[in-house]
Design a protein. Structure first.
Length: 369
């Protein structure tokens, strides 16, 4: 565990030094442009062609209704017929509609079983309309389902399953039928959304854009939004975005310590500071050993021997080392060096950091995952 703590400290120092060497970050890596985003699509469909691994019609009423309605549209009456098939499954179909996608563009779709189907392997998704949040159909999906899983079983009932056989994909399985209209190029102004909101970062973004275009075209509205007006020197908004997205700034980061208590992973930002504090860390070990003894009865009685429990308890405690860490807000490098000098494990380091925060010596927010 001590070697793990040392390796963790070296990794933090390497990240800190590497981050200091990089002067700035491109705007395209820290902002999103208003209107340029994906939209989720969803639909209900039926997969046919399964090899006896489909839904049971008795337990999946929606599949029975779907088959009957589909057959009627094809001119086949199955209302009074007894249906008993295991080669079909009811599924939900989802996809992401890319921004500015044109009619005829093909996208991938994900297919997930709804009822008690055992596997979608070998099935074919029939034509399924995909709806947006407004209830309108934007794409139509159809094609063979690719399942990256398998299930095998024997006559004794033993089975083996790898991954999730009731979930699959149809690569390029949907065709976009309706475009999302958005006049991006002709927009006189738009908003830039910060992925990590911060007042300082928003101000630096506006300053870098204004310095590039030569006028006050950008202004920070709040920590998460920068308003951008298109100068007269640019013929459209697309050309303006294409030129400013490569500008570099140094984004500001909050002082935060991220802790995952399940895995023992700790991530600290370079702005973490700690005041002067003394830390003592030691281990208390208690050993309990049971040595049963036998008590012999009086020789004049016929009583059997009696087992008498005997417990030996020993307590050992490692000498706690008092170490001085920090001093007038030292940076991350010195903080990690001081904590690593204690030789603590990552689990103990989590407790120490939480105690530092409780004492007010740690100038950072702690987030526990």
């Amino acid at each position: 565990m001590r070697a793990l703590a040392s390796a963790f400290a070296c990794l933090l120092l390497a990240v800190s030094i590497g981050g200091a060497a990089h002067a700035g970050t491109r705007l395209k890596d820290i902002i999103d442009v208003e209107g340029v985003r994906e939209n989720q699509l969803i639909g209900y469909g039926v997969v046919f062609g399964l090899k006896g691994t489909g839904d049971s019609l008795r337990n999946c009423a929606m599949l029975r209704q779907s088959i009957e309605s589909m057959m009627e549209r094809l001119g086949v009456n199955t209302r009074n017929a007894t249906l008993n098939t295991k080669n079909a499954a009811a599924v939900m179909v989802t996809a992401n509609l890319p921004p500015f996608a044109a009619n005829g563009t093909r996208i991938d779709v994900t297919v997930s079983a709804v009822c008690d189907s055992g596997s979608l392997e070998g099935g074919t998704l029939l034509a399924t309309p995909l709806l947006g949040a407004d209830g309108q159909a934007y794409a139509s999906a159809q094609g063979s389902v690719a399942v990256g899983a398998f299930t095998a079983g024997g006559a004794s009932g033993t089975s083996l399953t790898r991954n999730i056989p009731t979930n699959g994909r149809v690569p390029n399985g949907a065709t976009i039928e309706k475009e999302l209209r958005f006049d991006f190029a002709g927009a006189p102004e738009l908003r830039l959304s910060l992925r990590n909101p911060d007042f300082t970062t928003a101000s630096r973004i506006a300053g870098a854009i204004n310095a590039f275009v030569g006028i006050d075209a950008a202004s920070a509205l709040d920590p998460a939004t920068v308003r951008l007006r298109r100068p007269a020197s640019f013929r459209d908004m697309s050309s303006l975005i294409a030129q400013i997205e490569s500008l570099e700034i140094e984004p500001e980061q909050r002082a935060r310590v991220i802790i995952n208590e399940t895995t023992g992973v700790i991530v600290m930002g370079e702005n973490v500071r700690v005041s002067t504090v003394a830390i003592a860390q030691g281990n208390l070990t208690i050993h309990v050993q049971e040595t049963p003894g036998v008590a012999m009865p009086n020789s004049f009685t016929n009583a059997p021997p009696v087992v008498v429990p005997q417990s030996d308890i020993a307590v050992s405690e490692d000498a706690a080392r008092l170490a001085l860490v920090g001093g007038n807000g030292v940076p991350l490098r010195e903080l990690v060096t001081g904590l690593n000098a204690l030789g603590v494990s990552p689990r103990d380091l989590i407790v120490i950091l939480q105690a530092l925060k409780a004492s007010g010596a740690l100038q950072a927010d702690i987030e526990v995952m």
